[in-house]
Design a protein around this ligand. Structure first.
Ligand code: C2E
Ligand code: MG
Ligand code: MG
Length: 332
């Protein structure tokens, strides 16, 4: 039975993957299939569908265009996710999320050009949970919109507090997730936060990843234009990993390109990554954008990136993300 189901799934994948002719060329589609078998994997429709669904998510995790037969361990993962999502909802309601801030310096070693707000979740049992673990859950459950609103507001509040203390923090950057970027309430949330804390729009920078910006480029462009009209800065995060079209990039109302850490990690003079970094910097110059490198971990990287022409730098070597009071001490 299991073998028959597997063979059928395999055939379906092959058929679905055949290219489809459309007016302007060919498109390829792939599928992810989850299989649950009556009897061994359940007897009720609800149970079978839920198990097939869990198997489909495993197939997606394996890189899509794949099938998976259900196994009981797959539900364990789903239960853990559900529990963590509930914890996250509670943490948000109880105001237990916090922001850490990482400094961005003018190359090579200062002064500060701003700070980036990075979300932290101190979980009562599991300890500190980093955003890569819980942002995907927040996106799946829809919690991201409320979390995003909290982050924007909190970052603006903190900036106002620092300035009231007489600290010179030129700007604060906030990361936007894909769902948040496309949500209807985004503009209202941003202008509310700016007004509430009397922050000039130019002091807030929104970071969206290159891949978010390049998904449905025309729609993204419309959103970015409206954001730019508000007067906030726009930074294209994780740049170099998202297959930008140069034509489209030219039209983006961005203020900054942020070179992905992947190109900084193994950076050596004359190497392939150095050539890519140089190309991004040249692009930034042409388009009149600041270019910042993230993930600067060594003095060598700091110097080489400066030599190549990066306008600013961010990374553990220049300052780790830290709580607002620590950052204030560092700045003062
Ligand atoms: P990102 O925006 O690209 O942020 C940079 C990440 O690199 C941060 O991880 C930061 O702690 C880490 N980092 C900084 N310097 C170095 C370095 O020198 N070496 C290495 N190895 N890592 C460095 P973090 O805080 O875990 O955040 C991961 C990602 O989660 C962020 O990537 C961002 O995409 C997302 N994120 C963080 N905060 C938020 C938020 O408030 N909202 C949303 N939607 N996403 C967020
Ligand atoms: Mg970022
Ligand atoms: Mg990044």
């Amino acid at each position: 039975m299991r073998q028959n189901a597997a063979t059928l799934a395999e055939k379906l994948l092959q058929q679905i993957a055949l290219p489809v002719q459309v007016e302007r060329g060919e498109i390829g589609i792939t599928a992810s299939i989850g299989v649950a078998i009556f009897g061994s994997d359940g007897t009720g429709a609800r149970e079978l569908l839920a198990n097939a669904d869990a198997a489909m998510y495993s197939a997606k995790d394996q890189g899509r265009n794949a099938y998976c037969l259900f196994e009981p361990s797959m539900n364990r993962g789903a239960h853990e996710e559900l529990a963590l999502t509930q914890d996250l909802r509670r943490a948000l309601a109880l105001d237990q999320l916090s922001l850490h801030y990482q400094i961005k310096l003018k190359a090579p070693s200062g002064p500060p050009v701003g700070v980036e707000a990075l979300l932290r979740w101190p979980h009562p049992e599991h300890g500190m949970i980093l955003p890569d673990r819980f942002i995907p859950l927040a996106e799946k459950s829809g919690l991201i919109l409320e979390i995003g609103r909290w982050v924007i507001n909190e970052a603006c509040r903190q900036l106002a507090e620092w300035r009231a203390q007489g600290l010179d923090v030129p700007s604060v950057s906030v990361n936007l997730s894909p769902a948040q970027f496309r949500s209807a309430g985004l503009f209202g949330k941003i202008s509310d936060a700016l007004t509430t804390h009397a922050i000039p729009p130019g002091s807030l920078v929104l970071e969206i990843t290159e891949s978010t910006a390049m998904r449905d480029p025309e729609a993204s462009l419309a959103i970015l234009r409206r954001l730019a009209e508000l007067g906030v800065g726009i930074s294209i995060d994780d740049f170099g990993t998202g297959y930008s079209s140069l034509l489209y990039l030219k039209r983006l109302p961005a203020s900054e390109l942020k070179i992905d850490r992947a190109f900084v990690k193994d950076l050596v003079r004359g190497g392939e990554d150095a050539a890519i970094v140089s190309a991004i910097i040249a692009l930034g110059r042409t388009l009149n954008l600041a270019v910042i490198a993230e993930g600067v971990e060594t003095a060598d990287q700091q110097h080489l990136l400066t030599e190549l022409g990066c306008t600013s730098l961010q990374g553990f070597h220049l300052g780790i993300p830290c709580a607002p009071t620590e950052l204030a001490a560092h700045l003062a």
